[in-house]
Design a protein around this ligand. Sequence first.
Ligand SMILES: [Fe+2]
Ligand SMILES: [Fe+2]
Length: 186
Amino acid sequence: MTLSVNDISQLFNRAGGELYGGEAITQREHALQAGWLAEQSGADEQLIIACLLHDLGHMLFGQGDDDLAQGRDDLHQVKIIPFLRGLLPPEIIEPIALHVDAKRYLCHVEPAYFAALSDASRTSLALQGGAMDAAAAQQFAARPHAACAIALRRCDDAAKVVGMTVPPYEYFLPRLLAIAETAGAQ
Ligand SMILES: [Fe+2]
Ligand SMILES: [Fe+2]
């Protein structure tokens, strides 16, 4: 059930050209922008790769505009996790699993954050349970990988720019391979 790095590369090739639901860029562009923005912000290698792969669930299962239009939460951040365990370390897996909750958290703690969300992201927020309440936000903030999930989320939100110049997937591949090799050896 676990994906290999080769499987991930094929997904980027095969499904990366599909539109990132509700936005004017492709899944591949969104992923590369997120990874690149993480690198530019000084993030460590693991967070860069987490950003690159955060929406792999959309590529593996297909992201419907359908889902948004039909009022369905596709749970892409949860459904991808079994496919990554065994390949990548928790420092990558957990922020990916928490990237939707990080949005719900930020909507609670930063009123300006919600106002800045894209239309598609606002629509999916409603399907994902809306902004957290104070108790849920407190619980989220106490989770071990919450800070990385929030950092990932900020790169995610900024990675929707039409025409941004970013390095190709192959630029990130050696780091993904190195991390997978290390995690696999543990
Ligand atoms: Fe996502
Ligand atoms: Fe995303």
